[in-house]
Ligand binder design. Structure first.
Ligand code: GLV
Ligand code: MN
Ligand code: MN
Length: 409
């Protein structure tokens, strides 16, 4: 495919590293939404959008767009700029930078397209600041941002509404972020798992993105003196919670491609010399089949409530749920064809990670393209993708965009 300009993966990687220096923590990367660090990252991205020839704008949620010329319905390309705590430099931003490199190269070689392409850098996909408000940026674009979530709080008790206001965005104007002019959505993302590397395949075409739910389980026992209360006269909430957690891997294994993770714990009162009186756990569970997802959630709740027979108080509460998404076959086929014509190997796969793409898939044809990351490591500082892999994904994206927006009026 001679029509596709060459792309410099080292250029992409340098910018990812520059962005990764913008963190709310001194020793690790964490870029939570609606913070000065996020704003700093947004301003840097905005300057790169302008250099690439894109017209920038921000919407009412804080999503940053860069637009080419052209008229008609929009092809949107994007990913997220927020990160988990202790993140790597690639999750989310690699997709934005691959999109930027693709558009910069196409604009330089061919000028504006017939139909517009927009690049978007979205807020709060991870829910690492507001765990109930994951996908807040994409939800806002799709008109699915539930105003009730504006009152959810971060770890410091700051509400989402306050955080948005302090960052210069008006929660009451959120409906203005909604887009009804989208033709399709593309996302490039690191795989965040080991399959591509393991099989020696260069790109992944995602067919299905797993569904996910989070469940809060609060287990109440009885706080007592750690030295004077005999072992068989205690109701130790953490012991109960630990028994629940030990059951989770087997629950996950009873469904195809399902996972269960208890990654967040709070122990009360949280003192070495007090028998834990109460424990709050957040359980993340995922499955690509909607029925499996529903049943898995039910089984986790049942396992938690079975502790009641031992005398514990148990309250479970669903916190967040996103159904599995089937991605667009025609767009997937287009990516596969472009990869083949550019001499890249590709395979179809399932995404076990959540992505903004799964929200878009409910409303417009959507596609997700994976590139390998070293050792499959992600959500950790070791996350790494090689420049040639970044360049390959950006070129395949550029080929697909060229066909859709430049070639066909
Ligand atoms: C998003 O990164 C997720 O938790 O899958
Ligand atoms: Mn992530
Ligand atoms: Mn991500």
């Amino acid at each position: 495919m001679d029509c596709v300009p060459s792309i410099d993966g080292a250029w992409i990687q340098r910018r990812l590293e520059e962005l990764a220096h913008i963190s709310a923590l001194t020793d690790r990367l964490w870029r939570p939404s609606y913070t000065p660090q996020e704003e700093q990252a947004r301003c840097l991205l905005e300057s790169w959008f302008v250099q690439a020839g894109l017209s920038p704008r921000r919407d009412a949620a804080g999503n940053l767009y860069g637009r080419t010329g052209g008229t008609g319905r929009v092809t949107l390309v994007g990913s997220h700029m927020d990160t988990v705590k202790g993140a790597g430099a690639y999750d989310g931003t690699a997709g934005i930078l691959c999109g930027l490199a693709a558009l910069q190269a196409l604009l330089a070689q061919y000028g504006p397209p017939h139909t517009p392409v927009e690049l978007v850098s979205m807020v709060e996909e991870e829910g690492s600041r507001f765990s109930d408000a994951s996908f807040w940026g994409s939800r806002s674009i799709l008109g699915q941002a539930d105003p009730a979530l504006l009152s959810c709080r971060d770890e410091e008790g700051i509400t989402l509404a306050r955080a948005m206001t302090d960052a210069g965005y008006s929660p009451s104007r959120l409906p203005e972020a909604r887009r009804d002019d989208l033709a399709r959505y593309f996302e490039v993302h690191i795989e965040q798992g080991p399959i591509l590397e393991h099989r020696g395949v260069q790109l992944g075409i995602v067919d299905t993105i797993t569904g996910l739910g989070t469940l809060e389980a609060e287990i109440t026992g009885r706080a007592d003196h750690a030295g004077t209360t005999p072992m068989d006269l205690r109701l130790d909430a953490l012991q109960g919670a630990a028994r629940l957690i030990l059951q989770l891997p087997d629950l996950a294994r009873s469904f195809r491609n399902a996972t269960v993770t208890a990654g967040s714990f709070q122990v009360f009162p949280g003192s070495a010399n007090v028998v834990p009186g109460r424990v709050s756990i957040l359980v993340d569970y995922r499955a690509p089949d909607p029925r499996d997802l529903e049943q898995l959630g039910r089984k986790i709740r049942q396992a938690a409530h079975s502790l009641e027979t031992e005398g514990f108080g148990v309250v479970t509460q669903p916190r967040m749920s996103v159904p599995p998404a089937r991605l667009d076959k025609a767009l997937g086929h287009l990516l596969e064809q472009c990869a083949q014509e550019l001499g890249c190997s590709s395979m179809h796969m399932i995404s076990g990670a959540g992505h903004d793409c799964q929200l878009f898939a409910g409303q417009v044809p959507s596609a997700l393209l994976f590139l390998p990351c070293r050792g499959g490591r992600s959500h950790c500082p070791e996350e790494y993708a090689a420049p040639e892999d970044l360049a390959r994904a950006a070129r395949v994206l550029a080929a697909a965009l060229y066909r859709l927006a430049w070639q066909h009026p």
